[in-house]
Design a protein around this ligand. Sequence first.
Ligand code: ADP
Ligand code: GN1
Ligand code: MG
Length: 370
Amino acid sequence: MKPVKNEFLPAIVKKFQFEGQYVGILPYGSGHINDTFSVFFQLEERTRRYILQRINTNVFRKPAELMENVIGVTRYLHGAIAAAGGDPLRETLNLVPTKDGAFYYVDEDGGYWRSYLFIENTVTLQQTRSKEEFYNSARSFGRFQMLLADYPAATLHETIPLFHNTPNRILQFKESLAADVKGRAAGVKEEIDFVLQREEYTHLLVDMQEQGNLPLRVTHNDTKLNNVLIDSETGKGICVIDLDTVMPGLSLYDFGDSIRFGASTAAEDEQDLSKVHFDIGLFEAYTRGFLEVAGKVLTNAEIQSLPDGAKMMTLECGIRFLADYLAGDTYFKISRKGHNLDRARTQFRLVEEMEQQWDIMAKIVGYYCK
Ligand code: ADP
Ligand code: GN1
Ligand code: MG
């Protein structure tokens, strides 16, 4: 995708139904995929913010279908949250329409733009700060899954085909490895071996699902900690965001992706691996929060497989980072040389430590089996 041209931003802003006097626009957030901005408006004495995003169409090939999903899911959540006595303007994303009454705007270069109400007095965390906050985020993602339990899954488009199909991720990795377009493979032999040694394991969850042992549900599929807005005063999870990958999936994907990001003692891109550890206390806190809310709908097979969800999502993400490093950093945004390799290494470190603490992980989830 071409970089966003800053001088065109005010013209994009004009397309949306924003309230007040335009003040300015700034890049926002730390997502790896979309281009996100916050837009400031003055309305009487108050400053109001909106989120404006350009969807990454390299990653999401059918943005109109993606927006159909987002419209459907946010509308449904709005109703479910209101019915439960919650505040739908704070507890789910709300799209801001364009002046033409659509929910996205396509610019001259084919860029897809959308806007959300900015949810104020919240923070997004790039790393877990406390057990309690992580537990709270687990309750939010658990609630998200519960609220969407009856959503008509068949109406959802698959926005990225085979997104969490880990064997397919291995195939893509092998393609990047064979092409080795930047000549980087020779320098990462150890990491490549780490992946290949676990190739057989990558089939576990898709096989269980195909054999009918794990049910398909409506899942978020990108449940890292910075995709939940945390109330800055109470530390409670307020709103699950980044709905681009809401699709039918396994509950283990949502559980697992949260663990891979949040049960680490360091940031996803920490360069000093001596700081990166899998924290079993954080694993326990997240498991408790997630299962307190979503546990009643999960089967015993799902609960017992939660450690595999955690390990699989961590391994898969490491494979994706390493594949992108080999391919020349074309998928995930990077801000330094070797960024994707650093990210891959943290993931592999976490996988190793999960393998070492497997029995304790199994014991923790076993406590919740019915
Ligand atoms: P990406 O797919 O690139 O991760 P996200 O949709 O997660 O994009 O948005 C990037 C960041 O923008 C989030 O991590 C969060 O900090 C912020 N953000 C997104 N939507 C909102 C919102 N409605 N209110 C406040 N902050 C938001
Ligand atoms: C991306 O969009 P963002 O930054 O929340 C990626 C996830 C990865 C994550 C790793 C659509 O998430 O799958 O797990 O980076 N999203 C997509 O941090 O590929
Ligand atoms: Mg995000």
